[in-house]
Design a protein. Structure first.
Lengths: 297, 224
């Protein structure tokens, strides 16, 4: 329990009767970088808002740093240890960059002046520039600076590289990975950019229609899952869909493409009983896993 | 820094409201209004502008952060505010206290030339300013309550509507005795016989307490 910075049990949330989260169980270990993937409207932002008590759950429990978040005071204590980047990257339009930094710094006694100076330089943010005059990319950089420099133990980032050019995206990803390596900071970030998730995440959590469909270490997932291609003499039999150990099946004419996980050898043995002409086994990418799970139903 | 943030959110409103009071004083030279007429006009106009000032300076620290770039009745920076390690009750308290202090400063600053112009005694002037301050707090609290449930523009429309309803209810005695708006107008003090403002003060304190209590409850439960 104490090794988890985020843990939820049976977390449910609905809006006007429409379920947004259908009882999710999340577990993010301390010191990990967890990519939170899902389509638009899958429940990513709702989950993040629930973690920060911006929304209240209909049911379920949230534990942050091993402490149950069941009151405003528990949430305030947890938020002292959390850095957050919002999805729309909006900050106070009546402040300058410098004023925004000074304002945020006042809430975090462990503010890291060295990190502030470093990211001001990396991101080339002018301290006297008013926030409304910043581009979306610069606003994102400023929010990242505010999240990184506060000395947080956990960063919750909602689409952190949205609006950044490739060079700055690379700098940000390096900064995030470096922070975890150097300080042991845990990171929970949502993203649509699967390549970024593959680049820095060591865990992946995939949410679809308010349900967690994949949750695990990225390396384990890549080892556990395989794409099996079966080519038959005639049309692929319908019984291929009933194979045990197969998550998703796509058939097209003579070909059946299976996404299998678990004991791949046993699944192959069962597949061979269907007498395919050829059998091929391929590793899967995160993109394939994502697409199969969100488009597969 | 929350106090500073509150000041940043309201400073231009303060400037605007000071300009409104300056405009009242410009009536005489600009439109050739005589002293007697001006004295009569100020008795009403000051009350109206004070009520207007109280509603403009009120806020609950979240919905009323800014009017710029607002979507779905709130600005995206609200999520940043809510992610800070600050309880919502404190966000409300600081923003409300800062706005209330600004309202008081504005009332005192604008009342000084008025009481001199009207020739009120110091004791009457003190009573008058104190009475206006207490009564302004009811308008302020109504506006702060609206700020918890609506965006910035509807906060103003809603609170002016509520004040309009209070103004209409002035016609209906005996509840009119407790109407906070009575405390805004100098004629109520000038014609004091005896202490007609006390009931208005009680009414104002009640309205302020109910509105602030409701605002805190709403803010603590509201989802964004």
């Amino acid at each position: 329990m104490n090794d988890l910075v985020i843990q939820t049990r049976g977390l449910r949330k609905s809006y006007d009767g429409s379920p947004a989260l259908g009882g999710i169980d999340l577990a993010v270990p301390r010191g990990s970088i967890c990519g939170f993937l899902g389509r638009n409207g899958a429940g990513k932002t709702t989950t993040i808002k629930l973690l920060l008590k911006i929304l209240r759950p209909d049911a379920g429990e949230i534990c942050l740093f091993g402490n149950l978040i069941d009151s405003e005071s528990a949430s305030v204590a947890a938020r002292r240890r959390i850095g957050f980047v919002t999805e729309d990257k909006q900050l106070y339009p009546y402040m300058t960059v410098g004023q925004t930094i000074r304002f945020t710094r006042s809430f975090f006694p462990g503010w890291r002046a060295d990190l502030e100076a470093r990211y001001l330089e990396i991101f080339r943010l002018p301290a006297d520039k008013p926030v409304p005059k910043l581009s979306k990319g610069m606003r994102t950089q400023l929010m990242l600076l505010l999240a990184l420099a506060r000395g947080a133990e956990l960063l919750i980032l909602d689409e952190p590289t949205d609006g950044l050019d490739p060079a700055v995206t690379e700098e940000v990803l390096e900064a995030l990975a470096g922070l975890t390596a150097a300080e042991g900071t845990s990171i929970f970030f949502s993203s649509h950019h699967l390549a970024e998730v593959e680049q820095i995440a060591d865990r992946v959590c995939l949410i679809d229609r308010g349900q967690i469909v994949i949750d695990g270490a990225l390396d384990d997932l890549k080892t556990e899952y395989r794409r099996i291609l079966l080519v038959f003499a005639g049309d692929a039999p319908e019984s291929v869909a009933a194979l045990t150990g197969v998550d998703h099946v796509r058939t097209r004419g003579r070909t059946a493409s299976l996404l299998a996980h678990g004991d791949i050898d046993a699944t192959l043995d069962r597949a061979r009983l269907l007498r395919p002409e050829s059998v091929e086994v391929h590793p899967v990418t995160l993109k394939e896993l994502f697409l199969e799970h969100v488009k597969g139903e | 820094m929350l106090w500073w943030k509150a000041w940043m959110e309201t400073r231009w409103r303060m400037v605007f409201l000071m300009a409104c009071f300056a405009l009242l004083w410009a009536e005489g030279p600009l439109f050739g209004v005589g002293m007697a007429k001006l004295r009569e006009a100020f008795a009403l106009q000051y009350g109206l502008v004070w009520g207007f000032a109280a509603t403009m300076l009120a806020g609950a620290g979240l919905n009323s952060q800014t009017i710029w770039g607002t979507s779905g009745s709130y600005h995206g920076s609200m999520l940043f505010t809510l992610s800070l390690p600050v309880a919502r009750r404190r966000l409300f308290a600081v923003r409300a206290a800062a706005g209330a202090a600004e309202t008081w400063v504005l009332i005192v600053a604008s009342a000084i030339p008025l009481v001199r112009f009207l020739g009120l005694s110091w004791s009457m002037a003190t009573l008058y300013v104190a009475g206006v301050t207490v009564c302004a707090m009811s308008a302020y609290a109504i506006s702060a309550l609206f700020a918890c449930v609506t965006g910035e523009m509807w906060q103003l429309y809603g609170s002016w509507g509520a004040l309009g309803a209070l103004a209409l209810s002035l016609r209906y005695a005996p509840a009119a005795r407790f109407n906070p708006l009575r405390g805004f107008f100098v004629s109520a003090y000038a014609a004091a016989a005896p202490l007609p403002w006390r009931d208005a003060w009680i009414g104002s304190a009640l309205v302020a307490a109910v509105c602030c209590g409701a605002a805190v409850r709403i803010l603590e439960r509201k989802e964004y």
